[in-house]
Write a protein that binds this ligand. Structure first.
Ligand code: FES
Length: 580
């Protein structure tokens, strides 16, 4: 990797606001002095924005103000000037219709917050699912030196002697209730056991996956992803991150130096090894789009095919993030990939060293948590990308969370036109469905929902659950929570709302899936499919204005990351003109 450090000292962009004696310099500096900063702090040292996604309504990030203080301490120690800046916090568990609709809005806001203000470098303080990709996307579009520190996962949940994994247990228990295996009272008692400390979901859900992706990309210090939120070492990590960003600014070590095609390929392989969330597909595609890196769904399939899933965490396995940390965390996994020839060892990281330098000495302290390859959960653990007449631009499936006996299947479609139709009919015992059927859900893609909600792992009909069946093939243009599981085909593209073939599937049609052959086929005559597509009419579509209009008008398909078309690419750090 060729990276040439910038010369230091040099005049930084923050000096355009603070460095001089003009009327404008005095205006900018004078106002900040009302916070009690001595004059010599405006001497040209790096101003570090601590972009904080804390919010009372993003409880997963509820401890980030405390963590920000540790980041600040690190910045001061290294001779920088920290400024904490609140940014859009897209909470997974409160935003409607789905936090995903606001990922791009958050990224757009972060980009402008960075560019429009006197920030020389940024610490991205993130945690909950969308907060990590949105801030990385914004940072990539400014290309200002940036480093991620995540809030870390919650401690293990425990209920009646069993581990309770965030999200994963919720899906299991709600199915158990429908099957008559669990009482509502027990469900309520389990509620408090699910979330017993600060932090993000403790499964290998989307938050943990995206923390791992940030580390595998080289955008976080090594070891960051798995440290529990309440462990003292999480605070040390925050402080070290604060120290490091100051040097990154001096060196001008930028996202474009780190988030290269090689880095994305490392992250994709890492996702297969950890059994990471399908949401990583969409987020990494969008991030690559901001970086100008040519990344496609085909890259996901090509790179993930031969990666065994070795991290034994829910939803694919049995442990939780706390145990992953004790076992050695992500450096062990990256080292394993490196030894197998599946890592671009020379990829640069925020430390200024290569990723191999960071992980080569990692030790696996628990081989039941990070499994030997011969005991892998799935030999081919990477995200499988299926294509065919039902998904010309692709659909994804997570093999490690699917049922092996359903990976090749032919079944009768039972179609739900949208999520309301599904909710209205799924519990009806008169619904003509059995476990051999293929459940199909339409109009839940980026434009259709809007925002592409995590409803793809549709709960099974009670009459099937009562037989003891726990999985069926499900197909949709929706996403699925990273904590969820099942033989669930997601992100079907083009989506139904823009006239993709999914839109014209009818109940009774036969559907074939063959994961090994990467095939997803609607078994009707070609002429019939063409006739149905020709007759297709879009649903009445009435954006309410505002961001809803902006999003629906400009959102791209899931196959390219569902970013807004006009936000792709890097627009740099220059401000068009001064503030006065
Ligand atoms: Fe926020 Fe899982 S809901 S991390």
């Amino acid at each position: 990797m060729t990276f040439e450090k910038a010369t230091w000292p040099r005049r930084l962009r923050s000096q355009e606001w603070y460095g001089g004696t003009s009327r404008d310099n005095i205006y900018h500096r004078g106002w900040l002095k009302n916070q009690g900063y001595p004059h010599d702090l405006f001497d040209g040292r790096p101003v570090i924005g601590i972009l904080n996604t804390w919010s009372d309504l993003t409880p997963c990030n509820g401890h980030l103000r405390e963590l920000a203080e540790k980041v600040k301490a690190g910045v001061w120690e290294a001779g920088g000037f920290p400024v904490e800046v609140p940014v859009f916090s897209a909470s997974e568990n409160t935003f409607r219709p789905t936090a995903m609709m606001y990922r791009n809005l958050a990224a757009m806001a972060v980009e402008e917050v960075m560019r429009a203000q006197p920030i020389d470098g940024a610490v991205l303080l993130v945690g909950c699912d969308k907060t990590t990709p949105s801030l990385l996307m914004g940072a990539a579009s400014t290309d200002l030196p940036s480093i991620v520190v995540t809030g870390g996962p919650m401690l293990n949940g425990w209920f009646r002697g069993e581990r309770v994994g965030s999200g994963t247990a919720l899906w299991q228990m709600s199915e158990d209730i429908k099957a008559g295996k669990m009482s509502q009272q027990d469900f309520l008692e389990a509620e408090q056991a699910m979330s017993r400390s600060s932090g993000t979901c403790n499964t290998m859900g989307t938050a943990s996956t995206m923390a791992s992706m940030a580390e595998a990309l080289g955008m976080a210090l090594s070891g960051n992803a798995a440290i529990p939120a309440v462990d003292a070492r999480r605070r040390v990590m925050a402080q070290m991150t604060g120290r490091r960003i100051v040097q990154m600014v001096k060196d001008d070590l930028k996202p474009s130096d780190i988030m290269t095609k090689q880095a994305f390929e490392n992250a994709i392989r890492c996702n297969g090894a950890i059994g990471g969330s399908t949401n990583a597909v969409i987020h990494l595609l969008a991030m690559a789009g901001r970086c100008g890196v040519d990344l496609s769904l085909d890259d996901w399939d090509r790179l993930g095919r031969d990666v065994p899933t070795v991290v034994n965490l829910m939803p694919s396995g049995k442990y939780l993030m706390e145990e992953f940390f004790y076992a050695g965390g992500l450096p062990v996994v990256l080292k394993r990939l490196g030894e197998a020839g599946m890592l671009h060892k020379e990829a640069l990281t925020v430390s200024g060293d290569t990723i191999w330098d960071e992980v080569r000495d990692a030790v696996n302290w628990n081989e039941d948590v990070i499994l030997p390859v011969e005991k892998a959960l799935t030999a081919s653990g990477g995200i499988a990308v299926l294509k065919g007449n039902l998904a010309p631009k692709g659909a994804v499936l997570k093999p490690s969370a699917a049922s092996p006996q359903l990976m090749q299947h032919r079944g009768r479609a039972v179609v739900f036109e949208d999520i309301d139709d599904y909710k209205a009919r799924i519990n009806d015992d008169a619904l003509d469905i059995d476990e051999t059927c293929v459940m199909v859900l339409k109009n839940c893609g980026p434009r259709g929902y809007p925002g592409m909600s995590e409803v793809g792992n549709m709960g099974l009909p009670p009459k099937v659950l009562k037989k003891g069946i726990t999985d069926m093939v499900r197909i949709s243009d929706a996403r699925m929570s990273g904590t969820a599981y099942g033989t669930v085909i997601l992100h079907t593209s083009p989506e139904a709302a823009v006239g993709g073939p999914l839109a014209v599937v009818r109940s009774g049609d036969m559907i074939e899936i063959d994961v090994a052959a990467r095939r997803l086929h609607l078994d009707i005559p070609e002429a019939e499919l063409a006739a149905r597509l020709a007759a297709w009419q879009p649903l009445p579509d009435q954006p309410s204005g505002g961001y809803d209009w902006l999003f629906r008008t400009h959102v791209e398909g899931a196959d390219t990351g569902a970013d807004l078309d006009f936000l792709k690419g890097c627009r740099g750090r220059e401000v068009p003109r001064d503030s006065h």
